[in-house]
Design a protein around this ligand. Structure first.
Ligand SMILES: Cc1ncc(COP(=O)(O)O)c(C=O)c1O
Length: 415
């Protein structure tokens, strides 16, 4: 065997073995050998509406046949981009927002970081350029997102990261308060996932997000919610901001906005930042991606939002939680795993220190379920919201069976 031409993301460059996924329907996918899997992570946290939705494929095809693409820099626009922007603004948990469009969550995070600094620069305070972020955070892989994220392994070996990012412990409001009291007049923004996803699935501790809002209000810093995972129904609401009743100044999104049928992300820009951007008609916003507002991606988003509405998928997230949480807890109660974390449509099972999440994942693949091994020694579950009750049972039963098998192969630790 030799390595393939495709250098895979987040993989060993020497890997030679891959599972070729060729088809999907609902919460199921199939590989080239015909094996069926339950997609327990909605691919990579994004496939909210499930695989194989013909209405989204049709919307993308129709758009490509009408207008493949045309850029949106300066003068130009297209109906698909205008339409989805209006829809997103109407859904936004922030009044009077506008939306900037990107191709990915990482680009959305970089855009929000740049907007936070621009906000202060255009008000004559360019020294106000520090960004506070949390450990365990995941904010993507561009230099901005790599600098802001809190997973140490992802930050190593890239040389000098972006200056001016101050990292605090994930659940400590006191540390944010300390930073704001020491560097208050230099802090541009605080960035937080409402619920930390890829860093281990950690819901916010009681009062944490409101506490961030209060601290930002007191010192003037902007509050940025990174809703790349929590947006579009994962927590039973369109936005994590609504779920936790806290209104940020900027919101980044991606993933569930199209359920992955096309790459799309963006930033909802609330009134405070808007006002500064729009204050002087001679100023230019010198930022944008070639494919910002790509019509095929925007058409996919519009069709996807319609599916979320018509299938009433927001109400599925709490139902998934009501079934999955006790099933995962019973695995912990049997002594096979250490803890369960999560809420609504997003969960993690923390393993015992002696078990490898990769080994358990591999066993689960053999049994036909795809979870994701994530930070903090855990397996993540974040299925398409269309998943059936029977498929949810398959996830839990397979997790239990895989843990039993893996643990029975090990010598019992002596007491
Ligand atoms: C909270 C959060 N922000 C940003 C990103 C980066 O998104 P992308 O991989 O689309 O660049 C992710 C990806 O998982 C994420 O979970």
């Amino acid at each position: 065997m030799t390595v393939p031409a495709f250098l895979h993301p987040f993989a060993r460059p020497t890997s030679e073995r891959f599972i070729e996924i060729v088809r999907g329907q609902g919460a199921l996918v199939w590989d080239a050998a015909g094996s069926e899997y339950v997609d327990a992570l909605a691919s990579l946290w994004y496939c909210v509406v499930g695989h194989g939705r013909a209405e989204i494929a049709d919307a993308v095809g129709e758009q490509l046949r009408t207008l493949d693409a045309f850029h949106t820099f300066e003068l130009f626009t297209n109906p698909a981009a205008e339409r989805v922007a209006e829809e997103l603004v109407a859904l936004a948990p922030v009044p009077d927002a506008r939306v900037f469009l990107t191709n990915s969550g990482s680009e959305a995070v970089d855009t929000a970081m740049k907007l936070s600094r621009l906000f202060w620069t255009w008000q004559g305070e360019p020294q106000r350029n520090l960004i506070v972020s949390r450990d365990r955070a995941y904010h993507g892989v561009t230099y901005g997102g790599t600098s802001a994220q809190g997973l140490a392994a992802n930050k190593e070996h890239w040389g000098e990261l972006l200056g001016g990012v101050v990292q605090v412990h994930a659940d400590s409001l006191e540390e944010v308060e300390y930073q704001l009291s020491v560097h208050g007049e230099r802090i541009a923004a605080v960035i937080a996932e409402p619920l930390q996803g890829a860093g281990g699935v950690f819901p916010p501790v009681e009062g944490y997000l409101q506490g961030l809002r209060d601290l930002c209000d007191r010192t003037g810093a902007l509050l940025v919610f990174d809703e790349v995972i929590t947006g579009f129904g994962r927590l039973g609401t369109w936005w994590g901001a609504e779920r936790y009743g806290v209104t940020p100044d900027l919101i980044t999104f991606a993933k569930g906005v199209t359920s992955g049928y096309q790459p799309l992300g963006g930033v909802l820009v609330g009134p405070r930042v808007r006002e500064v951007l729009e204050a002087d008609g001679d100023r230019w916003f010198r930022h944008g991606f070639t494919y910002s507002g790509h019509p095929a991606a925007c058409a996919a988003a519009t069709a996807n939002l319609e599916v979320i509405r018509s299938d009433a998928l927001l109400s599925r997230a709490p139902a998934i939680g009501a079934q999955l949480a006790p099933a995962l807890q019973s695995i912990v109660d049997e002594g096979l795993a250490a803890a369960v974390r999560g809420t609504d449509g997003i969960w993690a099972l923390a393993l015992h220190p002696e078990d490898s999440a990769l080994v358990v994942r591999d066993e689960m693949l053999r049994l036909g379920v795809i979870p994701r091994p994530i930070a903090t020694h855990s397996l993540a579950f974040c299925p398409p919201l269309v998943i059936s009750d029977e498929q949810l049972d398959r996830i839990a039963d397979t997790t239990r069976e895989a843990l039993r098998r893996v643990r029975s192969r090990k010598p019992i630790p002596s007491t």
